[in-house]
Write a protein of this length. Structure first.
Length: 498
């Protein structure tokens, strides 16, 4: 086995070969530098992977540009067959991919990693259907003239975060492949392994060289080069709002298409006529799943004053019962570690700040679960602050951890005002059994996805994307075709006359 693969034994004892190079033109190549990826449960190094320089990005872009010359003429049906083959290959290795992500990102194997990988296969299947249905429109102008529009694929750069390594990547590469784009995709420097492993499947599924290029590397170098690259028609980014702003600035130099999926601070509203048992369960799921490292996490909860105490009691009981911190490979674990030392320190700082600013900690650091936590690893137990005020840092800023800020409201109008008092607008959740009330409140909430009597149960067929500083453009559903095609208009003069 060459040094472009490393033999790894997973925590469950399974051995596999992990590619560690840069995947360009369907070949693995080395680069001049490497970096380590760590297991967040043990803080130990798993592997060194090759790091892309700006010049390596140029090579990958050149491969993608060259591949477009012939790939654009391949019929949609043939593209669809390759995408379906990719889904089949991934499903046949679901357990391996899930275990790799559990090791590299700390996701609980059964409750997070497996559903994540399954969702990638499902999204490949969903998007394959678009490949031969990329229609334009016919627009009648007058009796002798009409126009038609046609869609054209793009050479795209895609930049991915660490919280759903392969799944967030799939939100970008599935529609891009279906639309006939060629791709240079960069994983997060914290979780490079599953996307590298996936690249071998791309080749096996029969995609020609240069259609799908995968690089590992850091944002300031490789990410920035993707964002500014003159030969990429588009950059699609998922990550923090601050980085999204940098990506947009870098892309402005070449006026390339930009889509951004950024941060959030999503409010969950509990009205006094809600089913409180169910609201507590959804609220716990919506903020603890994936250790709270979820762009749509309901990290703010607003509860009507007359059910405030009752809700808090149900909510904390649910957290204690269902959100079990531990080893991602453990059978009972539902809450793994957070991704890194940096993220761990950042979350701990927010907890400190919450206490300093006067929020009341009712579950968290003194919780029983802490005693049974491993000595190593970036573990944080479910943490709840009550009696939070709008101006507090933990109410305004995205924490991206298993920490939630609960506040009170009296009137519906106050709930709406507090919910909208945020720079973000990714998601919002409303709990009430009065449909009229729900509709009237939900219409006024400034967010791209509104969950009525649920939280974070999004579906791949439904458009997803933020308002305000949560992003630009809609992924998923049919809406995503707009992100990966450019439309050309043809004016047809049937009479030839002026
Ligand atoms: P991040 O912004 O730190 O990094 C995201 C990616 O951008 C990484 O691949 C990184 O290498 C790259 N990057 C960093 N600096 C760059 C630069 N100057 N130019 C180009 N690329 C650069 O985000 P993260 O910590 O990986 O992810 C967490 C964030 O992602 C949270 O804010 C979360 O809300 C957001 N997120 C949003 C969605 C969504 O759909 N809206 C989904 C998942 C995560």
């Amino acid at each position: 086995m060459s040094s472009l693969y490393k033999e790894i034994t997973l925590p469950n004892g399974v051995k596999y070969s992990q590619p560690v190079g840069l995947f360009i033109n369907n070949e693995w190549k080395s680069s001049s530098k490497t970096f380590e990826t760590l297991n967040p449960s043990t803080e130990e190094s798993i592997a060194s992977v090759y790091e892309a320089s700006a010049e390596d990005v140029d090579l990958a872009v050149s491969a993608a540009k060259q591949a477009m010359k012939t790939w654009k003429d391949v019929p949609g049906e043939e593209k669809a067959r390759k995408i379906l083959k990719l889904a089949e290959l991934l499903e046949s290795k679901l357990d391996l991919f899930a275990a790799v992500e559990a090791m590299d990102s700390g996701k609980p194997l059964e409750t997070n990693s497996k559903p994540d990988i399954q969702s990638v296969a499902s999204y490949l299947i969903y998007c394959a259907g678009f490949s031969d249905k990329l229609h334009g429109k016919v627009i009648p102008i007058d009796k002798d003239r009409y126009a038609i529009t046609k869609r054209y694929p793009l050479v795209v750069g895609q930049i991915i975060p660490w919280n759903y390594p392969l799944s967030m990547a799939s939100w970008k590469f599935c529609p891009a492949l279906a639309c006939g784009c060629t791709i240079v995709i960069k994983s997060s420097e914290l979780t490079p392994l599953s996307l590298l492993l996936f690249a071998d499947l791309v080749k096996e599924a029969g995609f020609p060289p240069g259609v799908f290029n995968v690089i590992s590397g850091f944002g300031a170098v490789a990410g920035n080069r993707i964002a500014e690259h003159p030969d990429l028609d588009k950059v699609a980014f998922t990550g923090s709002t601050v980085t999204g702003q940098k990506v947009m600035k870098a892309a402005a130099g070449n006026l390339k298409h930009v889509s951004l999926e950024c941060g959030g601070k999503s409010p969950l509203l509990v009205f006094d006529d809600a089913d409180l048992d169910q609201a507590a369960k959804w609220a716990a799921f919506g903020v603890m799943y994936n250790s709270g490292q979820n762009c749509t996490a309901n990290s703010r909860i607003l509860v009507q004053d007359n059910v405030y105490d009752k809700f808090l009691q149900l909510f904390t009981a649910e957290l204690k019962k269902s959100w079990i911190v531990g080893d991602p490979f453990g059978k009972k674990t539902t809450l793994g570690p957070v991704i890194s030392k940096g993220q761990y320190d950042k979350i701990r700082n927010y907890i400190k700040k919450g206490k300093e600013e006067g929020a009341v900690l009712i579950l968290g650091e003194d919780d029983e679960q802490l005693k049974s936590l491993p000595k190593k690893g970036f573990f944080i137990p479910p943490t709840v602050f009550k009696d939070c005020q709008q101006k507090m840092t933990i109410v305004q800023e995205e924490i991206f951890g298993p920490v939630v800020a609960v506040s009170k409201f009296s009137a519906d109008s106050e709930a709406i005002e507090k919910a909208n008092d945020s720079i973000y607008g990714l998601a919002a959740m409303v709990f009430s059994q009065n449909f009229g009330r729900i509709q009237s409140v939900a219409d006024k909430l400034e967010a791209g996805s509104i969950y009525l009597n649920s939280s974070n149960d999004e579906d791949l067929r439904v458009p997803f994307g933020g308002f305000k500083m949560s992003g630009i453009g809609k992924e998923l559903g049919e809406a995503v075709i707009e992100l990966y095609t450019e439309t050309k208009s043809f004016y047809m003069n049937v009479s030839h006359k002026l």
